[in-house]
Write a protein that binds this ligand. Structure first.
Ligand code: NAD
Length: 260
């Protein structure tokens, strides 16, 4: 479906982003992966994508807090592959703390990575999409783009911001064959979620199973984690012709969380 197209996925060395990059490669797209991690592990993923799917895959180390590096990532992809047809804004971090104790540098980092980086990627990639008369922007938002939880002020603010950015850009390019949507997963089993477990076990004197059931999945009626492959399947569908009328949509995939 995406042969001769290029997909750039921010924050794709792990978790949801890696699943997105692999899913686009499986559709025949060349992909740009991005994010942090051990050089050897990243190179293994990169080479594995090329081998498994017969596409080209480049790694960009661009730091999503740095506008210059973000612009360079898009320019490099356009130079090497001719275009960025599919842009997935997925990089994200979390920090959990009451707002009056929230470290200022954590607030700044979350707003930069989870929100402003999408402004910078879209700003850089949109002219190329307009020239080609086709584009797909898929933002990984969160159930926290629709509802809040205490102690996640920066994350919730950034994700609500992504919902607003998604709708605004969708309106700006609505007649140019470019769609802009946000996927809002509930809890997905990834390293981002896994890292919260030991601290929560300690803070609440709970077992791992109790943390999963009574804390993490408390808001999720299905009591099941969303899978990275489910998120990736929706992200692929949003790039299909069948989805060309879906734009400016903030799409929950949250096991019923935001239905409550
Ligand atoms: P993850 O920790 O597995 O992956 C995050 C990715 O972002 C990694 O590749 C990491 O290297 C990259 N990253 C972090 N800081 C970066 C920076 N400054 N520059 C470039 N890359 C950077 O997390 P995940 O769970 O896969 O999360 C991916 C996205 O999905 C995030 O936007 C997150 O908010 C969102 N999300 C996750 C869940 C969940 O339950 N896991 C739920 C809803 C939304």
């Amino acid at each position: 479906m995406l042969a001769n197209k290029t997909a750039a996925v921010t924050g794709s060395t792990s978790g949801i982003g890696l699943a997105l990059a692999r899913a686009y490669a499986a559709q025949g797209a060349n992909v740009v992966i991005n994010g942090f991690g051990e050089a050897e592990a990243i190179e293994k993923e990169r080479a594995g994508i090329e081998r498994e799917f017969g596409v080209q895959c480049r790694y960009s180390p661009a730091d999503m807090t740095k506008p210059d590096e973000i612009a360079a990532m898009i320019a490099d992809a356009e130079r090497e592959f001719g275009a960025v047809d599919v842009l997935c804004n997925n990089a994200g971090i979390q920090h959990v703390s009451p707002i009056d104790e929230f470290p200022i540098e954590k607030w700044d980092a979350i707003i930069a990575i989870n929100l402003s980086s999408s402004f910078h990627t879209i700003r850089a990639a949109l002219p190329g999409m307009k020239r080609k008369g086709w584009g797909r922007i898929v933002n990984t938002a969160s159930a926290h783009a629709l509802v809040a939880s205490p102690f996640k002020s920066a994350y919730v603010a950034a994700k609500h911001g992504i919902a607003g950015l998604t709708k605004t850009v969708a309106l700006e390019v609505a007649q140019q064959n470019i769609t802009v949507n946000a996927i809002c997963p509930g809890y997905v089993w990834t390293p981002l979620v896994e890292r919260q477990i030991p601290d929560t076990m300690k803070a609440r004197n709970m077992t791992e199973e109790q943390v999963k059931r009574d804390v993490l999945l408390a808001a999720q009626p299905t009591k099941q984690f969303v899978t990275v492959d489910q998120v990736a399947a929706l992200a692929v569908f949003l790039c299909s012709d069948a989805a060309s009328a879906i734009t400016g949509a903030i799409l929950p995939m949250d096991g019923g969380w935001t239905a409550q």
